[in-house]
Design a protein around this ligand. Structure first.
Ligand code: PLP
Ligand code: COI
Length: 341
């Protein structure tokens, strides 16, 4: 199969329309058979549930070309399970896990010419999502829904690739206790937009959000979980009911313990501990592991020992092992790699 003529090495994290996307509709209490379609546009009621009350959830995963030329995805079953949790929390129907994975397979296969080649530095980002499409004017769930999957080739989420980031501790909150921080609902991202624009205007790459009730504990950023390395080489990652259960973070915890023999603590992480950390990274599908060099707390700079020029040594090992597994260079744990073609 001939690849599209794309400058893979210089792709940013943006949208490019690809050839096919998957659509299934939920009507009269059931999902239809679903199909690949050409049209990237959606026509809906002016009063659709998604437009009025933001009833929409999404997922993000990637397809990779491995060193032996296969196209694979990474743990898509976990994305399907998380979307099920997200849908239930927003009173939406569940899209079957097996069908979710099949839809991803169909979209990737149909757009194989857009899957970046091995070693190009780019990947294919896959975006499954679901939204209320029937009219809703009183505050209640829609009766009809649409589930879709599209894909787009992407480069690094942060400009500059793996150069350490500078982030600020935000005065805005991302997710309330007992709210929706643990699911992947569009509304969580809508309310983070003002905070991220503000951070960018002030020259920061991202926000660190704290727990809203005490403002003493580290939660996550707008699009990634945190991973820290202590000065004595332990991996520490925040535990909270209001952060997204990142598939990348869960995978890295396994990699740290089982591949690298490191001690891992999943626990509450206090803002006051930040100055004692040697390394900090943002982990997620889009972010992979993006190193943080500096955290600014209302003007007070907390400089990570790993510095501003490159990834810290433990973060680098985690990065190399995870990406090695994803690209087929390192043997994966059972069930992690889903071969598409
Ligand atoms: N946290 C937030 C808020 C996110 O949007 C994401 C991205 O999906 C993550 C964490 C990382 O999750 P994952 O590793 O499953 O992509
Ligand atoms: C992902 O990593 O898949 C996300 O959804 C994060 C988003 C900020 C792009």
């Amino acid at each position: 199969m001939e690849k599209k003529n794309i400058d893979w090495a210089n792709l940013g994290f943006g949208y490019m329309q690809t050839d096919k996307r998957y659509v299934s509709n939920f009507k009269n209490g059931a999902w239809d058979a679903g199909a690949l379609v050409d049209d990237s546009n959606i026509v809906m009621s002016e009063c659709a549930g998604v437009l009025q009350y933001a009833q929409t959830v999404f997922e993000g995963l990637k397809a990779y070309t491995t060193d032996d030329g296969h196209i694979v995805t990474f743990r898509p079953d976990l994305n399907a399970e998380r979307m099920e949790q997200s849908a239930k929390r927003l009173e939406m129907p569940v899209f079957d896990k097996g069908r979710f994975v099949e839809a991803v397979e169909q979209v990737v296969s149909a757009n194989a010419a857009f899957v970046p080649p091995y070693g190009s530095g780019a990947t294919l980002y896959i975006r499954p999502y679901m939204f209320g499409i029937s009219p809703v004017i009183g505050v209640k769930p829609a009766e009809e829904y649409q589930f879709r999957v599209f894909c787009t080739p992407v480069g690094p989420y942060f400009k500059g690739g793996v150069k350490p980031l500078t982030i600020k501790i935000s005065d805005f909150d991302r997710a309330a206790p007992h709210g929706t921080g643990h699911i992947k609902a569009g509304l969580n991202y809508a309310m983070s937009l003002h905070a991220i624009v503000t951070a960018h205007e002030e020259g920061y790459d991202e926000n660190m959000y704290l727990d809203p009730s005490t403002r003493t504990k580290v939660e996550e950023t707008g699009g990634a979980n945190f991973l820290f390395v202590t000065k004595d080489g332990k991996v520490v990652t925040p535990k909270s009911d209001s952060i997204l259960p990142s598939i990348t973070r869960r995978s890295l915890v396994h990699v740290a313990k089982e591949y690298l023999g490191l001690t891992v603590e999943e626990r509450e992480v206090y803002k006051d501990e930040l100055a004692d950390m040697a390394e900090c990274g943002l982990c997620g599908t889009a972010a992979v592991i993006s190193p943080v060099g500096k955290i600014v707390d209302h003007g007070k700079e907390i400089c990570l020992a790993s510095g501003m020029s490159e990834m810290g040594p433990v973060t680098k090992k985690l990065y190399d092992t995870l990406t090695g597994i994803q690209m087929g260079r390192i043997e994966a744990p059972e069930g992690w790699i889903h071969v598409i073609m």
